[in-house]
Design a protein around this ligand. Structure first.
Ligand code: RTP
Ligand code: MG
Length: 139
């Protein structure tokens, strides 16, 4: 049970560029079930909390500013081996290195404006899902 869910956000660049539908199509086509989903906007404080793990990195300020610059779509996804399979589907952090067919290859503009987030571990998937959704919303 623990390894069958991951958490994603469609980031402000992709929302602004009209790619919500295209990205959700790819997610569905890859066999993920959407467990929970909402469109919302992060304050800079909330974006800072979400990415607190990167606090000491040089790109932290830019990341927080970008992630709070517009609407995002947050979702919990379910599939066997969800975390690893979803990281494969989104592709490399820098779209210049992302493989053909991946979401970032198709939709990301740059390493900063890279269209989607995907959790990097089962533990973080649970923490990140809880950040956005209550227990009642996670069926
Ligand atoms: P994410 O958490 O958003 O799914 O991305 P990721 O695991 O592929 O990459 P991570 O290392 O967790 O970095 C988080 C986000 O920070 C931005 N970043 N900018 N300018 C830079 O060198 C740089 N490095 C990372 C990216 O937008 C990345 O998605
Ligand atoms: Mg990450």
């Amino acid at each position: 049970m623990a390894n069958n869910r991951t958490f994603t956000m469609i980031k402000p660049d992709a929302v602004e560029n009209g790619h919500i539908g295209g990205i959700l199509n790819k997610i569905n086509a890859a066999g993920f079930r959407i467990v929970a989903m909402k469109m919302t906007r992060l304050s800079s404080q909330k974006a800072g909390e979400f990415y607190a793990v990167h606090k000491e990195r040089p790109f932290y300020g830019e990341l927080v500013e970008f992630m709070s610059s517009g609407h995002i779509v947050a979702a919990i996804l379910e599939k066997d081996n969800a975390v690893e399979d979803f990281r494969k589907l989104i592709g490399a952090t820098n779209p210049a290195n992302a493989e053909e067919g991946t979401i970032r290859k198709e939709y990301a503009e740059s390493i900063g404006r890279n269209a989607v987030h995907g959790s990097d571990s089962d533990e973080n998937a649970a923490i990140e899902g809880d950040f956005f959704f209550s227990g009642l919303e996670k069926f």
